[in-house]
Write a protein that binds this ligand. Structure first.
Ligand code: ATP
Ligand code: MG
Length: 573
């Protein structure tokens, strides 16, 4: 329904417009997937700048990944034109970095401090504590959770934390988590610096608030000060509990800002009625807010093994995109399909663990389906990126950054430091990063932006490729066609150390909810009867989550999706 408003709020429904226009004080917006939270956020900022005549430099939007900041920036430019460029759009980490770059000397930070890579930090622990590289990796994770939750830790974890701090002081580096924690410390202990930032931003909005951890919330509150702070999120999509975030941030906000109203957005604009109803059923809820036709049923598929699962996904993509001829034509053009027709970029395969991607790469290679060849957990650890950055250091430092990246990639290829395909992909990606505003042709800033990037950032929105992503990296995104794969007990829900307690089960359920609600038109849920897992072939029973989906919303594969004859079908549902 139209809001009856004019101007930038005209593209919103009444609930969205009310939230966008409530700019007087603190505000909490809680709403489900696809309800237009992110859309409301951008229109709210446009309304503030265009219709309330607030300078855009007085607005700050904070979100999770570097990629999400880029998408927000693009949407703001589209809505606001040039005036959109002045709005500060930061991830929590880039916000922390900006504060530390400006005032870090007050904390005794090295003026040119760097962000250490994971490999560097692991090496620091190996040398300081004499532990193995594997143990160092575990300790890094434990220290990260401690920092995010504000805990102190004991024993070897406390020793690791101290060793990292010492190595950082000596080497002039910080790690990823430090950016948020140290910036918050700085603002807390230097009220005059906090006042500077608070004076700068009259309006602060934070998207994906359900995944904000204690330290990020502390930083957000310190930067917003008494200004209008608007937090937006969905507790049902909280998926970072394991990293110290918990949806209790909504309660904390309500306690800290007792006068703040809570507004809700009621309609789902993203997904077909069937997808809305099935994902509600997963959480044991009635479906509400359906705006779109029911559409196609959700297809369930069971294959004997992971190769069969990948074959099913491959054959279904070929079917949906119109078979081999169209596939070949699209590949040749290397561009997104014309408006209206489905392209590869409209399809995503979402899995619980990176290890599951291999079978899809193999099947896609055989069928000639383009995809992002590597989905690293951290970009800074990506073999191609590491090799090119290292070679870039040896390049003469004058000349155009894009040219130098090209030369460095060529040098890395000649020296054989990384696989050619991996290097080519890293070069796709580094060039687009080099061209972004944040880098502005400066190689130190390039390295900094690499350090600030995460898996979700390693996608090139312009390329017509199928997205292979972990469920975690898919949050906030949407695709016409989504395959959620590996719906097996032990994998989804994931059995950490062989067990799954209630709180883990609840978070795994929310993670599947996030994955299913990425789909606009078609949703496929697949599983394999057995798969190679940690060095052995293991049988996996069906995920218990499948039983929560109402039978009338689902159909078995076979009628849909041509399966290659050599793959027999299991009747496991
Ligand atoms: P998530 O929780 O997954 O992040 P969200 O609540 O942020 O979802 P958006 O991504 O903002 O949802 O919107 C989902 C889709 O619905 C987008 O394609 C958006 O353009 C569309 N949409 C949102 N509101 C409206 C509206 N009032 N009219 C038409 N389309 C809308
Ligand atoms: Mg969103």
């Amino acid at each position: 329904p139209a809001s009856g408003r004019s101007g930038v709020l005209a593209g919103l429904d009444a609930d969205q417009a009310e939230a966008a226009a409530a700019t007087e004080g603190p505000l909490m917006v809680i709403a489900g997937p696809g309800s237009g939270k992110t859309r409301m956020l951008t229109h709210r900022l446009a309304h503030i700048v265009l219709e309330q005549d607030v300078p855009s430099s007085a607005c700050l939007a904070v979100t999770f990944t570097r990629k999400a900041t880029e998408e927000l920036r693009a949407r703001l430019l589209a809505l606001l034109g040039e005036r959109g460029a002045g709005i500060a759009v930061e991830s929590f980490h880039s916000l922390g970095l900006a504060i530390l770059r400006a005032h870090g000397a007050r904390l005794g930070l090295h003026p040119d401090f760097r962000i250490a890579s994971e490999a560097e930090r692991r090496a620091a622990l190996v040398s300081a504590l004499g532990v193995t590289d594997g143990r160092a990796g575990q300790l890094l994770k434990a220290v990260s959770v401690l920092k995010r939750s504000g805990g102190q830790g004991a024993g070897e974890e406390a020793a690791a934390r101290a060793a990292l701090a010492e190595a950082g002081r000596a080497g002039g580096f910080l790690d990823f988590d430090d950016l948020v924690v140290r910036a918050a410390d700085l603002l807390e202990t230097h009220p005059e610096i906090a006042a500077l930032w608070q004076g700068r931003f009259a309006h602060v909005v934070a998207d994906e608030f359900q995944d904000v951890d204690e330290q990020q919330y502390r930083l957000l509150k310190l930067v917003a000060g008494g200004g209008a702070l608007c937090v937006i999120g969905d507790p049902d999509q909280a998926i970072y509990g394991f990293r110290g975030a918990d949806a209790a941030c909504f309660e904390r906000f309500a306690r800290d800002f007792p006068s703040a109203p809570t507004l809700r957005l009621a309609r789902n604009y993203r997904s077909s009625g069937t997808i809305v109803a099935a994902s509600a059923a997963l959480l044991g809820r009635e479906a509400r807010g359906i705006t779109r036709p029911m559409g196609e049923k959700i297809i369930l598929d069971a294959s004997p093994d992971e190769a069969g699962e990948a074959e099913f996904v491959t054959a279904t993509i070929e079917d949906l995109l119109g078979g081999h001829d169209l596939l070949a034509a699209q590949r040749e053009r290397g561009v997104r399909s014309p408006a209206g027709a489905l392209g590869f970029a409209d399809c995503a395969v979402l899995y619980r663990t990176d290890a599951q991607a291999a079978a899809f790469r193999t099947a896609f290679d055989r069928a000639g389906i383009p995809y992002m060849k590597s989905t690293p957990a951290s970009i800074a650890g990506h073999a191609g990126v590491v090799a090119i950055l290292a070679a870039l250091g040896a390049e003469p430092s004058d000349g155009d950054l894009a040219d130098r990246i090209g030369h460095a990639a060529e040098a890395a290829r000649r020296s054989g430091t990384a696989d050619a395909a991996i290097l080519a992909e890293a070069r796709g990606w580094l060039l687009s990063l080099a061209a972004s505003d944040a880098v502005a042709g400066d190689p130190a800033r390039l390295a900094e932006q690499v350090a600030l990037s995460t898996e979700a950032d390693f996608r090139d929105a312009r390329a017509d490729r199928v997205s292979l992503l972990t469920m975690h990296a898919a949050k906030g995104l949407e695709f016409a066609v989504v395959f959620v794969v590996g719906l097996e007990n032990g994998l989804m829900p994931f059995a950490f150390d062989g067990t799954t307690d209630d709180s883990v089960l609840a978070e795994e359920r929310r993670l599947l909810y996030v994955a299913m609600t990425r789909a606009r038109e078609r949703l496929f849920l697949t599983r394999a009867g057995e798969r190679s897992w940690r060095g052995a072939v293991r049988a996996f029973p069906a995920s218990p989550f499948l039983a929560t989906l109402p039978a009338e919303l689902t159909a078995r594969s076979g009628s849909a999706g041509k399966r290659r004859p050599r793959v027999q079908q299991l009747r496991l549902f």
